[in-house]
Design a protein around this ligand. Structure first.
Ligand SMILES: Cc1cc2nc3c(=O)[nH]c(=O)nc-3n(C[C@H](O)[C@H](O)[C@H](O)COP(=O)(O)O)c2cc1C
Length: 508
């Protein structure tokens, strides 16, 4: 499979800039519900394997046993403390898919099926494929994972080549590939959709990693696959749908070469029920990131704030707190925006930080992808009503164990204003902010670095959601902002941008 490197017509920096929202300059756009994208694909499947998605997952149509025997806590999953099992079988794959992308709430009146992960606009543009090499009860091959209707649909007798999914990685028994369909997000977000695809893909990648840990399977995330090879292997039209991340499941394994002899017969998906509107900038932004750059050494982590930090404050020890069943947390998770101005006790916010940041990229399978992206994403927070912490803007140390004040005062209402006047943001005790110097990212990692930092922000966002659920706090992602106003409010350096924000705190 050949690899073409197109001329990058837009760099990541330029894409982000060109899709900035400017107050009073957003062209009006009414949502056309007659063109609402159906969130799953259809194929003429030669074979379907039902998934056991379990009770608690309200989209379940398989009627099989539930997942209530999954006795692991949020704490065990997020700190990577669940012992790995040796076997990868259909049951394990079912669990991982149900916990990460299963339907957990059906709003029949509006015709929306909500999933275990959040998604901008509730549009779920990400798709998941399984390349099965050695999975008990699953014939070797390539499958489309329909987590809405609850089955694996076979789309090719041959699994994906290792060279394509992870050129420098050790092979595993299975690999999940996350893709994004442009129009499924562009229906609402138009040219800005690539941003949302990446953030959503980051949420989903983290959800898969956590679900795999809960199912006792080691999982490794890889952003550096062969794009062209994957587009061909999945038989995608890359002006409509593009690969974004690969996750290897199970221990490293020697692969059985006999599958190479199987014919490569890529299945063609059925047409979209509505003809997608194509925004050229989305494909161009994706293509700019196809080359995988040799990372250039960066001596210092790029500084995104212009204000000098105050001395670091250590985050207090969390003390004892009650953890929650992971299954419970995932099935009940929702975006909650009804924030209250109740004081947030120090014991709760310290536990929350501890849960989100502790062992984020360590554990049994060190997460190289996460560690590489982490250097370029600064996590900060606008605080209010937090016991023992003055209101202001703080940046976190890389390990989340310390905070440095950058600005004092009540900034939450200002943040609400720059986030398209979404007033509820002004009531949240904690507004987490993910910022990066995109010029530095691109210089060090090439235009592909944009994918890493956006997905990385989504990954931490997912950790915030699950930790908030465990501690009884509300949480909601924020992708909508007047970009330049946000940068000015936060005092970002030239070249630095706010990638994403997530509100969290006590709710009514
Ligand atoms: C990347 C991303 C951006 C989001 N941006 C916003 C936002 O700006 N405003 C908002 O009210 N909700 C936002 N949300 C929350 C989604 O609307 C919510 O996840 C979706 O409606 C599904 O509902 P659920 O999270 O309760 O399952 C965002 C979620 C994600 C993942």
């Amino acid at each position: 499979m050949g690899r073409t490197i197109p001329d990058p017509m837009v760099s990541a920096v330029r894409y982000h800039d060109r899709t900035s929202h400017i107050r009073h300059r957003i062209t009006p756009h009414s949502l056309d519900f007659s063109r609402y994208p159906v969130p799953f694909k259809t194929y003429e499947y030669p074979a379907r394997i039902p998934l056991n998605q379990g009770g608690g997952f309200r989209g379940d149509r398989s009627g099989n046993q539930d997942l209530t025997d999954l006795n692991v806590s949020v704490g065990q999953v997020m700190a990577g403390e669940v012992p790995d099992q040796e076997k990868m079988d259909l049951e394990t794959v079912s669990r991982i898919l149900a916990l990460s992308y299963g339907v957990t709430l059906a709003d029949r009146a509006r015709g929306v099926l909500f999933r275990s992960v959040p998604s901008a606009g509730g549009l779920y543009p990400c798709q998941v494929y399984l390349s099965a090499q050695q999975v008990d009860d699953v014939e070797t091959g390539l499958y489309y994972c329909d987590t809405v209707q609850g089955f694996l649909g076979r789309i090719n007798a041959r699994p994906l080549d290792q060279e394509t999914i992870g050129p420098d990685r050790d092979p595993a028994g299975a690999c999940l590939v996350i893709t994004g369909i442009f129009y499924h997000s562009a229906w609402k977000y138009r040219e800005r959709a690539f941003r949302y695809l990446l953030l959503d893909a980051g949420h989903l990648a983290e959800a898969v990693l956590q679900a795999a840990r809960a199912a006792g399977v080691c999982a490794r995330l890889c952003y550096d696959f062969n794009d062209q090879g994957l587009v061909e292997g999945l038989n995608l039209d890359d002006s409509l749908e593009v690969p974004l991340a690969c996750i290897f499941l199970g221990p490293e394994t020697a692969l059985d070469k006999k599958d190479d002899a199987k014919p490569f017969q890529p299945a063609e998906s059925g047409p979209e029920q509505v003809t997608p509107v194509v925004y050229d900038i989305l494909k161009t932004a994706y293509q700019a990131g196809i080359p995988i750059a040799q990372p250039r050494a960066v001596e210092q982590d790029p500084e995104v704030f212009t204000q000098k930090p105050d001395p670091m404050l250590s985050v207090p020890e969390p003390g004892q707190f009650e953890t929650m069943s992971f299954l419970h947390a995932v099935t009940r998770r929702r975006s909650r925006r009804n924030f209250s101005s109740r004081n947030l006790p120090e014991s709760v916010w310290s536990a929350f930080f501890y849960r989100v940041f502790t062992r984020m990229f360590t554990g049994p399978a060190p997460d190289e992808t996460g560690a590489a992206a982490d250097r370029f994403v600064t996590v900060a927070m606008i605080s209010q009503h937090m016991e023992g912490l003055s209101p202001g803007l703080y940046s976190f140390s890389r390990d989340g164990a310390a905070l440095a004040c950058r600005q004092t005062g009540d900034l939450a209402d200002d943040l609400a204003r720059v986030c398209l006047d979404q007033a509820w943001i002004g009531r949240a005790a904690m507004n987490f902010l993910f910022a990066a110097d995109l010029t530095a990212v691109e210089a060090a990692l090439g235009a592909r670095g944009y994918r890493y930092v956006m997905m990385h922000a989504g990954r931490i966002g997912q950790r915030l959601y699950i930790a908030a659920q465990e501690l009884g706090l509300g949480c909601c992602g924020i992708g909508a902002m007047y970009d330049k106003e946000a940068a000015a409010l936060l005092g970002l350096s030239p070249g630095s941008v706010l990638l994403y924000a997530v509100s969290a705190g006590p709710v009514k």
